[in-house]
Design a protein around this ligand. Sequence first.
Ligand code: GAR
Length: 208
Amino acid sequence: MKNIIVLVSGGGTNLQALIDSEKSGEIKGGKITCVISSNPNAYALERAKNNDIPSRVIPRKEYPDSVSYSEAILEALNEEKADLVVLAGFMTILDECVTRAYAYKIINVHPALIPSFCGEGYYGLRVHEAALAYGVKVSGATIHFVNEKADAGAIILQGTVAVENDDTPETLQRRIMENVEWKLLPKAVSLFCQDRIEIIDGKAYVTE
Ligand code: GAR
């Protein structure tokens, strides 16, 4: 059984999707053993508590820079004996001290079709605002490994939704979460826990 550590900052609907998938047996070979939040007020912490999952708060505000914050995260991940780290709405970019120590062991969900609308500054509703401002007709979400560059690691899974003429950032966000994020994130986690993601030349391939 792999230890899955989920990093969160906000509402935690993706965490909830992971919890529900674990309960229904959809996540094979792994168990969520700890939730770590960068935000003491994140509703995601309630979700962990309601499901008897241990949690830790490592407030981003208490650290002067990304390096010192990442060192604290790294220490916690080591203590928790993390086999897989899932960034589920985690709004802090991790320094390479973490991404190197956990290379191809950190998975992120990004709410757009990478390489569009991604990188520094693109998070949460801002991503959907940018997609609507551009006028794209499809958007979606990407599940990818995390490396030292923001949203640039190997892509594991992607899924799309249609953009409607009357979409707001909120309606587009919701459609992408319901139809893509909440389905593909648990799927990718399960594939990882079954050792079914192969890396060849820096790209990820799902194997049978
Ligand atoms: C999700 O849409 C996730 O894809 C996005 O923030 C939301 C968090 O929702 N993540 C990013 O933008 C990361 N760059 P949640 O807390 O309800 O899971």
